[in-house]
Design a protein around this ligand. Structure first.
Ligand code: SAH
Length: 216
């Protein structure tokens, strides 16, 4: 963490961001604490540093975005991560959501299909002292060699709930995945109630970059 400059100004802006997210309905104190601790400006291109603590999504290169803090908080809250749980994140992107999962106690496995983002986020999180498992590959396939997972979080907009990922979820496990078309997706919570049954609920409309097949 030492190399990342985190000034009083950054800390002050971050406190305001946490209050804004709380007002928008996030109740999970562990998630709010995580947002309060993580220097989000480190995950954004230098030109955007002044926007780091606004509750908005921003470009991170390779045509991708760092998700809006409120969305990151909402997805993490829905996942109900308990300390030491094995969590698979699909779409490492900037690495910010992975850092939030780490801060709420998860044992994080994260996979990204764009090589440049995979390399950059891995380097950054390593420099910041976050210990987790990084993979370059197609999230549609999940990580069968490391399955089953307690929780799975998809941070790109899918058109369906992928069977392959359901197979890699423990019974009783939760998967949070935005499902819809290219424009809008419903935040979907899938609870695997038995080997063959799932319980699916919807939690509002969001906009994500697409969950694409294959890797670049
Ligand atoms: N969690 C990220 C959000 C990044 S946006 C963050 O906190 O910054 C979604 C990411 O999903 C993009 O980086 C995109 O490249 C990635 N993605 C899309 N389809 C994918 C797939 N099939 N496998 C792995 N990553 C994928």
């Amino acid at each position: 963490m030492d190399i990342i400059e985190d000034t009083y100004r950054h800390k002050g802006l971050r406190r305001l961001l946490v209050e804004e997210i709380r007002k928008k309905g996030i109740r999970d104190e562990a998630v709010l604490d995580a947002i309060g601790r993580i220097p989000r400006h480190a995950f954004m291109d230098s030109g955007f540093i002044n926007f780091s603590y606004k509750d908005s999504a921003f470009p991170i290169g390779a045509g991708q975005t760092i998700s809006q803090p409120c969305t990151v908080a909402f997805q993490t809250q829905l996942l109900e991560v308990k300390p030491h749980e094995k969590v698979l994140e699909i779409g490492t992107g900037s690495g910010y959501q992975a850092a939030v999962l780490f801060e709420v106690g998860a044992n994080v496995y994260t996979i990204e299909r764009q090589r440049e983002l995979y390399i950059n986020s891995q380097q950054l999180l390593h420099r910041m002292g976050y210990k987790m498992h990084f993979f370059y590959g197609d999230g549609y396939a999940g990580l069968p060699a490391y399955a089953p997972f307690d929780k799975i979080l998809v941070t790109a907009g899918a058109t369906e709930i992928p069977e392959t990922l359901l197979k890699q979820l423990k019974i009783g496990g939760r998967m949070v995945i935005p499902v819809g078309n290219n424009e809008r997706q419903e935040m979907t919570l899938v609870i695997k109630t038995s080997e063959t049954e799932i319980d699916v609920t919807s939690h509002g409309s969001f906009m994500f970059v697409p969950f694409l097949k294959g890797k670049t």
